[in-house]
Design a protein around this ligand. Structure first.
Ligand code: EPZ
Length: 405
């Protein structure tokens, strides 16, 4: 495999930022916005609130000048997890919100109790009536709230709400993922005052009159990580461009090096070279800065051909092992025991028809298909299109025989 891939803008950064644009009245512009299904659904949700959105050539324009309160229908909210982030901006703006339950990839229970507890601490009444979340407040107030787990989504939701009210909020035990840091930077540029960015404690001095701003989205660290892992598994020389902050990828790079790849950074690009011989080892997912759970299925695919037994311990989601069943169809030797996947590397794996059941598992199947002998057919690829703008084009540009059929 040889060639250059330009890394798309980050899905999980842009989705909360789209939710946050509602806090201002005016036109917000987001550059480097990926053309993916989740962004399109998030825009449709804003359109239910009479917000105008256009996405052309990776520039997303959002005009909230005539935003009007409305209920958000379950047929849209159930399509992605980030729909729940509109709770934070709607509550700050209108002191009420009514929306269907969020959806998202089936990778565990994915409750929203931390979001709800945090809103309760901000003087919001929350009811759940036949799958509809009904929230109302007689006036949101700042609070001092400790998250029982550093949930990325709950941190983002509470951060958005706290930034849009004239009050001081202290959030303790927050997530420190790059997506949270970027959201903090965005809210700060809108006029909120946020201390402690990148630490466990955020102190937010909000403002009811935030301004619309322009933002350039960062690269997608999970897409970049997918291609780094793919290149590690193959005999390859690959360059990834658009990597403006390499620190967001540190742990993935360390894992690729442990697996046997050579990686160097030149300006805003990464060069990776591998002989395709993968070293077995023990790995664990974790909250940032540890190895991301979103790349766990991709790592599992890479380890199918490693030099011996590998173990991956999943610590974030309790049920993120759907990859094991599909990789077994490729003749991989892989078993699941509680929160561990045990993979015995084989010299060769064989192409087969496999089924995508969630976004990252689907991407992992693409990686597995490239590694396997013969052809692999992946069905239900709409899961992959939720987050990868053009995985087929990207992988084909590296010399792989891959196409839509
Ligand atoms: C975000 O999901 C990402 N999604 C996920 O990426 C990512 O896997 C995850 O963070 C962890 O990094 C988006 O940003 C849109 P969490 P989120 O709240 O916010 C438990 C992808 O493929 N929890 O940090 O939903 C939860 O069940 C997606 O792009 C509660 O118990 O993740 C899980 O075990 C998949 N109660 C853990 O926390 C809550 O109220 C982490 O969830 C919230 C979460």
């Amino acid at each position: 495999m040889k060639g250059t891939v330009s890394i798309q803008g980050s899905k999980n950064t842009v989705l909360p930022i789209i939710a946050a644009t509602l806090l201002a009245n005016g036109v917000s512009v987001i550059y480097n916005c990926p053309h993916i299904e989740d962004v399109k659904v998030m825009c449709k949700l804003l359109e239910c609130l009479n917000v105008k959105t256009t996405l052309t050539n990776h520039v997303l324009t959002i005009d909230t000048s005539n935003a009007r309160y409305a209920c958000l229908p379950e047929e849209l909210t159930c399509k992605l997890r980030s729909s729940v982030l509109l709770l934070g901006s709607m509550l700050a703006k209108w002191e009420k919100a009514r929306l269907g339950m969020p959806g998202g990839c089936a990778i565990g229970m994915r409750p929203i109790d931390i979001h709800i507890d945090g809103f309760k601490a901000m003087n919001v009444n929350v009811d759940c009536d036949e799958g509809v979340l009904c929230c109302a407040s007689s006036g949101l107030s700042g609070c001092d709230y400790t998250l029982r787990y550093p949930s990325v989504g709950a941190t983002e939701n509470l951060l958005i709400a706290a930034s849009g009210i004239e009050s001081v909020t202290v959030l303790r035990g927050v997530a420190k993922e790059p997506e949270v840091i970027e959201l903090c930077k965005y809210l700060t540029s809108m006029g909120a005052c946020i201390e402690g960015i990148g630490t466990d404690v955020l102190i937010i001095k909000g403002c009811a009159l935030l301004k619309s701003v322009t933002y350039t989205n960062v690269y997608d660290r999970i897409v970049a990580g997918t291609y780094l892992l793919l290149a590690t598994a193959m005999n390859s020389e690959v360059r990834l461009t658009g990597i403006n902050d390499i620190s967001y990828l540190k742990n993935v790079i360390l894992v690729c090096i442990k697996l046997g790849a050579c990686i160097i950074k030149i300006n805003d690009s990464i060069r990776i070279a591998s002989d395709g011989f993968v070293k077995a080892g023990d790995f664990s997912t974790g909250i940032y800065p540890d190895f991301p759970t979103d790349l766990q299925p991709v790592l599992a695919a890479v380890l199918m051909r490693a030099s011996g037994e590998s173990v991956i311990t999943e610590t974030v989601f309790e049920n993120r092992f759907s990859i094991a069943k599909e990789l077994s169809k490729l003749d991989a030797d892989i078993t699941v025991d509680k929160n561990k996947m045990i993979i015995n590397g084989k010299k060769e794996i064989q192409g087969h028809t496999v089924k995508a059941t969630d976004l990252r598992q689907g991407a992992a199947l693409v990686v597995a298909g490239v590694m396997a002998r013969g052809y692999t057919t992946i069905t239900d690829i709409s899961f992959i299109e939720r987050g990868y703008e053009d995985i087929v084009g990207d992988v084909a540009s590296l010399g792989v025989d891959i196409a839509y059929v």
